[in-house]
Design a protein around this ligand. Structure first.
Ligand code: SF4
Length: 147
């Protein structure tokens, strides 16, 4: 499967529905590989972390934008397999998911089973650690400023 094409076509289909859900019913998932592991002060809760806002990686800005908009939560997931549990626990009506293309495609399929609109935002550099993303465009989506 071409994960890049798959996720792009799902995003085209889901963006409107994702944005129509009020921010306080949305959650954001980000992968743990985005953390600055040497400096990270995030609190660990079994299958996920919550950012402590130390500013050593881009998750702090994501968390701040989400909190300002009233999102339910930003969860730093330990792996794609933890999406199911987080959705069960938090019962969001829409999801913004940051991941590599492969994990993104799996997450989209998981959300489709539950009929939850998901918008996937790809990492610009993937891998097991020190990953990266383009922050300004993501912050726009979090704020609902998609042009
Ligand atoms: S900003 Fe948050 S997730 Fe990033 S390194 Fe600091 S505490 Fe960890």
């Amino acid at each position: 499967m071409d994960y890049k094409k798959f996720t792009a076509s799902k995003n085209n289909k889901n963006l409107k529905r994702f944005l129509s859900v009020p921010a306080d019913k949305r959650i954001i998932f980000v992968p743990q590989c985005l953390r600055n592991v040497k400096k990270c002060k995030a609190e660990e809760f079994g299958s996920f972390y919550i950012c402590a806002g130390c500013g050593a990686c881009k998750i702090a800005a994501i968390q701040k934008a989400a909190t300002d908009k009233g999102y339910i939560a930003v969860r730093i997931l330990k792996g794609g397999s933890t999406v199911k549990k987080a959705v069960r626990d938090l019962r969001p009506k829409a999801i913004l998911g940051v991941a590599c293309y492969f994990e993104g495609a799996q997450g989209i399929k998981e959300c489709e089973k539950r009929n939850i609109p998901v918008y996937f935002y790809p990492l610009s550099r993937d891998g097991c650690e020190n990953t990266d993303l383009k922050l300004p465009a993501l912050l726009k989506i979090i704020k609902g400023e998609t042009g």
